[in-house]
Write a protein that binds this ligand. Sequence first.
Ligand SMILES: NC(=O)c1ccc[n+]([C@@H]2O[C@H](COP(=O)([O-])OP(=O)(O)OC[C@H]3O[C@@H](n4cnc5c(N)ncnc54)[C@H](OP(=O)(O)O)[C@@H]3O)[C@@H](O)[C@H]2O)c1
Length: 277
Amino acid sequence: MTETTGKPILILGGTGKTGRRLAERLTARNVTVRIGSRAGKPSFDWLDRSTWDAALDGIGAVYISYYPDIAVPGAAETVEAFARLAVERGIKRLVLLSGRGETEAQRAEEMVKTSGADWTILRCAWFSQNFSEGFLIESILEGEVALPVGAVGEPFVDVDDIADVAETVLTEPGHVGQLYELTGPRLLSFAAAVAEIGKATGRDIRYRQISHAQFTETMAAHNLPPEFAWLLNELFTEVLDGRNETLTDGVQRALGRRPKDFSAYATETAASGVWSN
Ligand SMILES: NC(=O)c1ccc[n+]([C@@H]2O[C@H](COP(=O)([O-])OP(=O)(O)OC[C@H]3O[C@@H](n4cnc5c(N)ncnc54)[C@H](OP(=O)(O)O)[C@@H]3O)[C@@H](O)[C@H]2O)c1
């Protein structure tokens, strides 16, 4: 239950990287949650608006994690339509998971802000867990990560920190109208991040910078859909041009503690065995 309404919290993407962790945290403190995803009951599908009403029925607040990516053209309008429907149904407390330095994500933020909601925005850096639960895990297992990105520093953020912030803002007062920009405590190039994973696993994992065209070919060879390759190329071109090469105090401000460092993520994840083949 939310602090303000006593009703359940709907977690969109509730089986994904941040949503699953948020659901665990809220459940542990006896807050009732509803998983909003195609596998949820009732099912929620971003592509099928006829599913949205039932998912919102009886809900007090929503954590909005868009799929596939809030940087995809058109994402902002879809998120806006969802936010307006929620507000119309009397559900004003909305928390949006967003991305840093992405035109479409920042448009979606503006739309949620003007929807009439009591909003909080979590504007996040690249997730560390992309290397263990996302599209990079196979490359790590294969021993080579090849991406169209050079020495630019990214402040990878741990999704456990994002889930902690989401839990806090949904259950404690004082966070309405706040935008938290969430980064890790250190800038790392992709090569440096891969080296940290190599060190933590004791395996030889190389990093190689490739061109955008080579990257698209590699994605096709791994049977990944062309639109996914397009999206990643877009992110690598638009977002990793140096604009996000800064650290922020969002985790500290929301939680009163420092964010988790990438080396702690690498050590813990190596110990879990997901990078052992
Ligand atoms: N990854 C990053 O580094 C990063 C950084 C900043 C911001 N973000 C943002 O975070 C959000 C989530 O990204 P993620 O990579 O972490 O994904 P994720 O949460 O791991 O995505 C999987 C979730 O989406 C659900 N889903 C898949 N298709 C759906 C559909 N058609 N309708 C409704 N739900 C659907 C899945 O459940 P079902 O299969 O049951 O439907 C699952 O719960 C995106 O908006 C992204 O832009 C990501």
